[in-house]
Structures are given as C-alpha cells and as structure tokens.
Design a protein around this ligand. Sequence first.
Ligand code: ACO
Length: 328
Amino acid sequence: MPRSLITGVGMYVPPKVVRNDDLRAYFDTSDEWIYSRSGIKERRWVEEPASTAELGYYAAQQALERSGKRPQELDLIVFATLSPDMYFPGSGVLLQHKLGLDTTPALDIRQQCSGFVYGLAVADQFIRTGMYRTILLVGAEIQSTWIDYSPEGRTVGVLFGDGAGAVVIEAAENAHRGILSTHLYSQGAYARELCVAEPSSATRQHILPGSYGMRAYMNGKEVFRHAVQRMGEAVQEALSAQGWQAEEVDLFVLHQANIRIVQAVAEFFGLPMDKFYNNIHKYGNTTAASIPICLTEAWEEGRLQPGSKVILAAFGSGFTWGSVALIW
Ligand code: ACO
C-alpha cells in the first residue's frame, strides 16, 4: 500500500499587519489583555475585496513549485476553510479554475480549525487505496471580514487572522516515511459553543432589514477546556498508535488557537515548549491555515528534515478534533 508523503509546503499571508494596539480603533481592548490570554501580538488582514481561493492559490503555487509538480499533475484538490468565497460552491473549485485546470476534482472540508487534519486524513485515504497519486491540500481563511466589530465582538474578534497554507501530497511505494496514522473525532453536541449561525438555511433573516449578518459566538472557557483535553487525547492516540514516547517526537505542530492551550498540552506530557512549533504571536488564529503555515515556516527553518518524527493535532468548532503521526 503506498504511503502519503508531503513533498512541498507553501504559505501566503496578506501584507497588512494589524497589531494588538491597532485593534483599539474597533474594540475596548489592550495589547496586555490579548497577549497575556492568547499569546497573540499581531495578525494579518486582507485589503478588501479579497478571495479565500486566491490566498489559497498563492500558497498552492509555492507548495507546487517546491514539490516540482505542475498543476496539471494533480489528481485531486482538497480545500479546507470555514470562510469560503461563496455560500456555495466551495472554494476548491475556484482554486481549481485559478490553477488553470479543466476537470480535476476538488472538494471542500468544513471542519474549521481541524480542517487541515481532516484534509490530510482524506488525502491519505485516497492515496492508500491507490485512487490518486498527487493531491493538493490547502487550508485558507479570510476571517477579518466576518469579525463582529461591535463592542460585543471583542472576545472573538481579537483572536482571528487571515492567511493560507498548502501542501502537496504524493504517493510513495515502499517508503518508511510519510503519514503513518490519522485519528479523527467530532462531537456535534457542542456545535453551538463556537459557531457563526447566520446566514443560515433555517431562516431568511439575513436578508431582512435589521438583520445582523454574520456574527460569531464563542463560549471561550468551554472551548478552552475541551481543546486542552481533546488535543491531549489526540496526541496520546498518535503516540500510542506508533509506539512512540513523547520525548522521541522531533516536532509537535498543534493548531494555533491560543498559546495557553499548547502550553497546557506540553505540560501534560512533561515536554519543553521548544518541541512545539508556534507562530500565533505573528498570525493569530488562522483556523484551517494554521497548521500548514506552521509546517511551511518550520520547514524553511530546517526543523523538518527527512526522518523527523512529527505529530500534528487540532481542535475546533464542531467540536471537531484529531491528530496525525508522520515521518517527514
Ligand atoms: N479585550 C479586553 N477585555 C476583554 C476582551 C478583549 N478583547 N474580550 C473579553 N474581554 C473581557 C470580558 O468581557 C470579560 O470581562 P468580565 O469578566 O468583566 O465579564 C473578561 O475579559 C474575560 O476574561 P477572562 O475570563 O480572563 O477570559 P479567558 O481567560 O476565558 O480568555 C479567551 C478568553 C482568550 C477567548 C479564551 O477563553 C480562549 O482562548 N478560549 C479558546 C478559544 C479557542 O481555542 N478557539 C479554538 C477554536 S477556534 C475555531 O475552531 C474556529
């Protein structure tokens, strides 16, 4: 059975830097409040109008170039996002067209902060079965346009940023490297603890005068509590599946929602923080883009070498969570 190897990584973030203090133009907040609770110093925001598929396209171009693949060699595009260009169709088909492709299949993944981990699992299954040999997986988000800029929006609004990350995944025969195991979970009982409920197919409210359009709701403390527990479990499951001790893993890449969540997981396993790749201070929470952005920067810094043992884990709205064990 072929293994799935990540052969190229890429990222794109918009040039506009928004520092914590800049957010005081919109919210009653402070750098001290945001940094001490989340580890975020700044994030990137697009200039409008913007397109999630386009951000994904820039990241994809870099990943394709680094893997030495042309778009025409792709068998499948998987696009993970909670902020698609349109209500439907998904951004995957828009990216497919931007890449100059004619009928290459494209699918969207709607698993929010766990989108990239879910996407890797999906891509891995297509490769293991032999159906496809070269897959582009993109995580991209434009979140600055759905932030609620009213005073009530400050808890959620200060956490999120825009950006995109991409990987090219290829089938490799007789490989000792690649994706070893994937572990996925969801728990819809908590769907309303972190959601954007409107626009919704349930009502026509969003087109009525006086409707408020998109507004995110987050029960921050509940999300935090579950995130720490579930990411810890997901990491443990990845370790157990491979018979690895936590200490022998070269790099953990956890979804960048809050540095305190990563610190709690590190503490649980008795590991130093330098085993975890973090860049939340620069980009905030970029949802489906956060792990591929981390992978790109970690690779550029030489922290991912052939043979490196890596564990990825994510938790997010749904609730959804999961992990991946791989050898780079
Ligand atoms: N600036 C200043 N004050 C604020 C802000 C702000 N931006 N936002 C909220 N506050 C105030 C609140 O009004 C509240 O005030 P009150 O006590 O007078 O009512 C107080 O700060 C709340 O502070 P804390 O209780 O200390 O907040 P907490 O420690 O819970 O931190 C946070 C909040 C950062 C949101 C945290 O709960 C968290 O990170 N949760 C997890 C988020 C997460 O992981 N999301 C993951 C997935 S995202 C996805 O899937 C799309």
